[in-house]
Design a protein around this ligand. Structure first.
Ligand code: ADP
Ligand code: MG
Length: 338
């Protein structure tokens, strides 16, 4: 499968009044045509900042691209000027956010908003029959009933789930090659969440669009992604094909996330929580960023940053324990010999 997006050694800092925050600390990532790549990790790990960089939407001037390349279809986006970004954004790459209300304009009708995307990117005049026909078609694709009428209505007239469907219709408007979905179901209740995931899966099958699917929820990743990347403190700590990674989660952080899934506990038992917190990005990290929270921490972890090392199945994780045969082999013995 040909490659659609490639990120190399991406590092992003924020210059804040309280000092520099290192949000992304050297990420490599690749998405193939028609592939759904799941990016998962707790809140504050750098998932959204990574996706904003791909869209050329890092907040200016505080967000600084410290290093790296973002290659989309052989174009180096990191060298792009704003005018060039505008041609790509919403056209070849589009985005679905957690809260559709922030992306939809409350004072414009759905028809105007959907139609405008087509006018800006495809030159299909707003209000023309062709424009309206395509808008209706896109609303049908995302399962919106009575699409003709919906075109004349305003965002506040819809429920959260319906608004997210409208956002998806908008994201699909220009047949993008890549959709970035950042926590697209997090704000929705469970039943609606399942419906939106079904819709995204269906669209993936029919349209063969590549999707970068971002969530803190491993359950959602399991359902959606072909391949998974686990992000912690601005770095990828584990990566692999979904089935393989879920069968053999190998990084202590991934294992912690797996244990903390609500479905994993018996009714009445407390939910497992990884002890400690994600580092703020202000402190300098020398060794493994997960070390302070890791029950398997041993000698090299505080001072040497472990590298992602892959096996023949394309599954890799960045942990010094891999040299000792992994957690299963070493278990708590490492702690004792520490
Ligand atoms: N505009 C900003 N200014 C300063 N720090 C920011 C800004 N946006 C994000 N960050 C910091 O970058 C880190 C990563 O954030 P984010 O990518 O939003 O995490 P995630 O999406 O994984 O929850 C966090 O430490 C966050 O506080
Ligand atoms: Mg986020």
């Amino acid at each position: 499968m040909s490659e659609i997006l490639r990120i190399r050694d991406l590092a992003i800092d924020f210059n804040t009044s309280e000092g520099i925050v290192s949000a992304v600390r050297g990420v490599d990532l690749k998405i193939s045509e028609g592939e759904v790549l799941g990016l998962v990790g707790e809140s504050g790990c750098g998932k959204s900042v990574t996706s904003l960089a791909v869209m050329g939407l890092l907040p200016k001037p505080e967000g600084v691209l410290k290093s790296g390349q973002i290659i989309f279809e052989n174009k180096n986006l990191t060298a792009f000027r704003e005018e060039e970004w505008q041609k790509i954004r919403g056209n070849e790459i589009s985005m679905i956010f957690q809260e559709p209300m922030t992306a939809l304009n409350p004072v414009l009708t759905i028809g105007d908003q959907l139609g405008e995307v087509l006018q800006v990117h495809k030159g299909i005049r707003l209000g023309s029959k062709e424009n309206i026909d395509i808008c209706v078609e896109n609303l049908i694709k995302v399962g919106i009933p009575r699409p003709q009428q919906v075109l004349n209505e305003y965002p506040h007239q819809f429920s959260g789930g319906m608004r997210q469907r409208i956002m998806i219709a908008m994201a699909l408007s220009c047949d993008p090659k890549l959709i970035i979905a950042d926590e697209p179901t997090t704000a929705l209740d469970v039943t609606i969440q399942a419906q939106i995931l079904d819709l995204l899966r269906e669209l993936k099958e029919t349209m063969k669009t590549s999707i970068l699917f971002i969530t803190h929820d491993l359950g959602v990743i399991h359902e959606m992604a072909d391949r998974v990347m686990v992000m912690y403190a601005g770095k990828i700590v584990e990566e692999g094909p979904t089935k393989e990674l879920f069968a053999n989660p190998s990084h202590p952080y991934t294992q912690g996330l797996m244990h903390s899934r609500p479905g994993k506990v018996k009714k009445g038992d407390p939910l497992y929580c990884i002890p400690g917190m994600v580092p703020s990005g202000r402190q300098q990290i020398i060794g493994c960023a997960f070390e302070p929270r890791c029950q398997y921490s041993f000698r090299p972890c505080k001072t040497i940053c472990p590298l992602l090392e892959f096996n023949e199945k394309g599954h890799g994780y960045a942990c010094h324990l891999s040299k000792e045969g992994g957690i299963a082999n070493v278990g708590k013995a490492v702690n004792i010999s520490n």
